[in-house]
Design a protein around this ligand. Sequence first.
Ligand code: NAP
Length: 480
Amino acid sequence: MEHIDGRMLIGGELVESAGGAWLDSVDPATEEIIGRVPAGSPEDIGAAVEAASDAFPEWAGKSMQERADILREYGRRLRSEHKRILEIEVRDTGNSVSKLRHDVVAAVRGVEYFAGLGTELKGETIPAGGGSLHYSVREPYGVVGRIVPFNHPILFAAKFAAPLMAGNCIVIKPSEQSPLSASVLGEIVRDTLPPGVVNIVTGDGRGAGDPLVRHPAVKRISFIGSVPTGLAIQRAAAEVAVKHVSLELGGKNPLIVFPDADPEEVSTAAVAGMNFGWQGQSCGSTSRLLVPDALYSEIVSRVAAKVDAIVMGDPGDESVQAGPMNSRGQLDKTLRYIDIAHEDGARLVAGGVRPTGPQFERGYWVRPTVFADVTSDMRIFREEVFGPILSIVRYSDVEEAMRLANDVEYGLTASIWTNDLTAAMRAAQRVRAGYVWVNDTSRHFLGTGFGGMNNSGVGREECFDEMLSYTELKTVHVRV
Ligand code: NAP
C-alpha cells in the first residue's frame, strides 16, 4: 500500500495542522509506519468550529430535499471509493477484510436512511386552548462535535447524516490510532458537500478532542468510546457550559444460554458474538457466556475447540478470521487481563498466547482466548477488556443467571438463547441492556436504536431518535 500523507478538512480545504505536528500510523500486523496525519491542535479545532459556524446559516436554510440530494451524492461517492478505503482501513486497523468490508456499506446505508427521514422532523400543534394556538418546531443546535473510537474508523466518521439532515454542521475528531481513512473521507466530503458543513480534525484526545468538547460554540457533543473518556467529556463539558452530550460507551455483555439451547448452535453463536474478526474490539461483543450446569462441560469444550480453530494471519487475506490487535496499547491491555485472569483463578481453555510462526514475530498478535470457571468476583467478569477474551460463567438457575447478567456497571447488549418464548421474553424484560438479541448476536438493523443503559451510555443511534437528538424543541404560543 502507498504511504498515506493525510490531511485534515477545515472549511473545504485539505490542510496540515497549524502547529505543523504529525502523528504516524502503524500497520499493527507488521509494526511498519504506513502513513501519517496532522496532529490537530486547539487552534485547528477553533478554525474548524468557526468554519462550521460560518457554513451553518446557509446549510440550515436549505430545503430538506436539497440536503438529502447532497447527502445521497456523498453516499454514492463514498460507495465508489469502497475499495480504496477498505485497503487502507484493513492495514490501519488490523481488522479482517471479510468483516470490515461491511463497514463502508453500513455507513452508506446510514446516510441513505437519514437522507429519507428529513421531513419526519415534525413539530406539533398542541390544543392547549385558551383562545390561542400552540405549536412546536425542531431546530438544529448549530455546530455538533463528534468524537469517535478506533475500532470502526470509517463507519463512525462517515455516518454523519443524522445531524446534517437536522440542519447542523459538524466537526469530527477521529481516533489517533487508525486515522488514515479519515483523510480519504476528507477528500470525498470536500468534493461533495459545501465548504465547512463537515470538518475533520485529526489528532489525539488531549490536543483535539478536549478543545472540541470545551468549545463554547459546540453545544451538542456526540461521543463513541470508553466509559472513562465519556466521564471525562461530561466533566469537561460541564466546566464550560450546559451541553447536550450523547455517549455510546463500552460493554461487558452477557450471552445467557438457557438449558433447552442446542449446545452446538449456541457454541457457534458464542464465538460469532465475540467478533474475533475485530479481535473482540467491538463494543457489542458478548464477552460473558452464562451457561447452565447441565450444558456447562459440553459448551466449554465446544467453544474452546472452535476458538482454537480460528485462522489468524494477514487481515487482508479473505480466509483469515482474526488479525492483530489494533495497537501496542490494546495488545498490552489484553495480555495484562490474561495475567489477571490466571491470578484470579480462571481456567484457560483456549488461546492466551502469541501465535507462532515467522509472520507473527512482529506486530500485535495474541490468539483468541477463552477462560472457563469465571466467577463474578473476578476482574475479567466485571471489566471491559475490549479484546479477544471470552469468559465462561456457570450458573444453576434462572434467578442466578439474571443476577449475573445484570451484575456489572455496563448495560449495552445482551443475547438470550432459548426456544422457550416465555423464558426469552421474561429475560429480555429483566436484563438491563439497551440492545437485546434473542437467538442471535452482533447484528445491527437500521431503524432499531442502538445504545447503552447503566454506564454504557446515554442516547441511541441508528434510529430516528438519533436524528431527533440533534434538534432542540421550540414551542410557540400565539394569542389569537
Ligand atoms: P477512547 O479511548 O475512549 O477514545 C475514543 C475517542 O475519544 C478517541 O478519538 C480519543 O482520542 C478521544 N479522547 C480521548 N480522551 C479524550 C478527552 N479527554 N476528551 C475528548 N476526547 C478524548 O476509546 P477507544 O479506545 O478509542 O475505543 C474503545 C471504546 O469505545 C470501548 O470502550 C468500546 O466499547 C467503545 N465503543 C462503544 C461503541 C458503542 O456504540 N457503544 C462503539 C464502539 C466502541 P485518541 O484516541 O485519538 O486519543
